[in-house]
Design a protein around this ligand. Structure first.
Ligand SMILES: NC(=O)c1ccc[n+]([C@@H]2O[C@H](COP(=O)([O-])OP(=O)(O)OC[C@H]3O[C@@H](n4cnc5c(N)ncnc54)[C@H](O)[C@@H]3O)[C@@H](O)[C@H]2O)c1
Ligand SMILES: [Zn+2]
Ligand SMILES: [Zn+2]
Length: 393
């Protein structure tokens, strides 16, 4: 089959690789019909190289048709149309029972001290072959795959794999009451979707971003916007000016560590990029490579006693944080990968012909898998209006 494989920094290729095979009774093989390109893939593309191996199949936002099943997959059948959540979880352990599928005790990558396995996401998360491919082996298929009805085009359901539950969890964790003000940093797919979900709930949403077409998209659905390139003051000051001097009741950071290939990438990131993997890996894990621009903005912009909800991915363990300010402002921090299956039942009722979240028109590009190398570049450089790219293998 064809698959998108990681080759090195800013280098992916489409290659012929062996078809996946059933290995466990709870496996299924899914023929992929649509599969998303995510801001998280840009971290692999830009800075997480030390945790990747050449030839790793990337991608974690797939959907398609079940082709083959093991003997232990419950009522999943060949021919079923399914969305595959990006986290792999068992559905019946202590963590899964609490809706913490990202911490699943059956699939935790204990040798790395990490949480549940993820598709296509470094050896930290189990080096599981990913979903930007023609076929995908889905472990724990007795629990993971979400069956969806035939009829609507793939995009109606595709974003259940990641973007929708991630945006949903970001808003849940932000915990604003109706009518309160939510600041969203970043209007990539995640910030954009979080904005739509919060607006649908009746919150006041201010979204900060610098890419013009991304600002246009969130403005069109009813957000107030801050154009980072057009203000002379810090974002925090701008937000206080819009909130009676107080700051936002909650802030969602939908940016994460530097993944944008900007020339200003920090010295540490550059240094890590130059080191052989054996040296770079411990440096990244223990020293941290995060540029904290967005998180610092969140800490400054949130009101006293407010909440910061991090969905942007950060990577280092010893990244310095302004503890005095966090403590004094009595800020609550919530974060993590999205517990996909926990939120699916809440989101499904919104995926209707009325389409209140605009999922049917959310993707900006539908491309064949062969275009992956150019698509990664376009998405990272934010060219050609690329906000959400969907591959159709
Ligand atoms: N928690 C999860 O489960 C989960 C799931 C998916 C993605 N993510 C993470 O969410 C983040 C966003 O993903 P995406 O797909 O939207 O990616 P993206 O890279 O397209 O979006 C990030 C956006 O932030 C903007 N930005 C950069 N610096 C900023 C700043 N200082 N202030 C405000 N905006 C800024 C960029 O212009 C860009 O539009 C990534 O870190 C990704 O890894 C997390
Ligand atoms: Zn994703
Ligand atoms: Zn579990």
């Amino acid at each position: 089959m064809k698959a998108v494989v990681w080759q090195g920094k800013r280098d992916v290729a489409v290659e012929e690789v062996p078809d996946p095979r059933l290995q466990e009774p709870t496996d299924a093989i899914v023929r992929i019909t649509s599969t998303g390109l995510c801001g998280s893939d840009l971290h692999l593309y830009e800075v997480l190289g030390p945790f990747m191996s050449e030839g790793d199949i990337v991608g974690h936002e797939p959907m398609g048709v079940v082709e083959e099943v093991g003997s232990g997959v419950g009522d999943l059948r060949p021919g079923d149309r399914v969305v595959v959540p990006f986290n792999i979880s068992c559905g019946h352990c202590y963590m899964c029972d609490q809706g913490l599928m990202t911490q699943c005790e059956t699939t935790q990558v204990t040798e790395q001290g990490m949480g549940a396995r993820l598709f296509g996401y470094t050896k930290l998360y189990g080096a599981v072959p990913g979903g930007q491919a023609e076929y995908l082996r889905v472990p724990h298929a007795d629990f993971g795959p979400v069956k969806v009805p035939d009829g609507p085009a793939d995009d109606r359901y595709l974003f259940l794999s990641d973007v929708l539950p991630t945006g949903w969890q970001a808003v849940e964790y932000a915990g604003v009451d109706a009518g309160q003000t939510l600041l969203v940093l970043g209007a990539g797919p995640i910030g954009d979707m979080a904005t739509r979900i919060a607006l649908d709930r009746g919150d006041r949403v201010i979204t900060a971003e610098s890419v013009p077409e991304r600002l246009d998209r969130v403005r069109a659905v009813g957000a107030e916007t801050i154009d980072l390139d057009a203000i002379d003051v810090e974002v925090g000051e701008q937000v206080r000016g819009m909130t009676q001097g107080r700051g936002a009741d909650a802030v969602i950071d939908a940016v994460g560590m530097e993944a944008h290939g900007s020339p200003a990438t920090s010295t540490v990131q550059k240094l890590v990029g130059l080191l052989p993997d054996a040296l770079a890996e411990p440096l990244m894990s223990y020293v941290g490579i995060d540029r904290l621009a967005a998180l610092s903005t969140a800490i400054d912009s949130v009101r006293r006693g407010g909440t910061i909800s991090l969905s942007g991915v950060y990577g280092g363990t010893a990244t310095p944080l302004p503890m005095l300010t966090l403590f004094d402002k009595q800020i609550q921090l919530r974060m993590g990968q999205a517990n996909v299956k926990r939120w699916v039942p809440d989101i499904l009722p919104l995926l209707t012909d009325e389409d209140p979240l605009g999922v049917d028109t959310f993707a900006t590009h539908h491309l064949p898998l062969d275009d992956a190398p150019a698509a990664y570049r376009m998405f990272q450089e934010k060219k050609d209006g690329a906000v959400k790219v969907v591959f159709r293998p």
